[in-house]
Design a protein around this ligand. Structure first.
Ligand code: SF4
Length: 51
């Protein structure tokens, strides 16, 4: 199976932003007692969809 470049969910994610097509999210990031794999939750502003 061939996955899209970047985040595998970016073709159907409603919150997609430019970095999502370039880089894969880190494996798991702790957020509110759960873990996620999403660039929106990365601490670096450039990866958080901020201009
Ligand atoms: S990294 Fe997060 S915001 Fe970006 S496409 Fe994947 S799930 Fe959506």
């Amino acid at each position: 199976m061939r996955l899209p470049q970047g985040c595998a969910l970016h073709p159907r994610c409603p919150k997609v932003f430019s970095s999502c097509t370039d880089g894969r999210p880190p494996d798991l990031i702790p957020v509110d007692g759960r873990t996620v794999a999403c660039l929106l939750h990365c601490p670096a502003p450039a990866q958080a969809g901020q201009p």
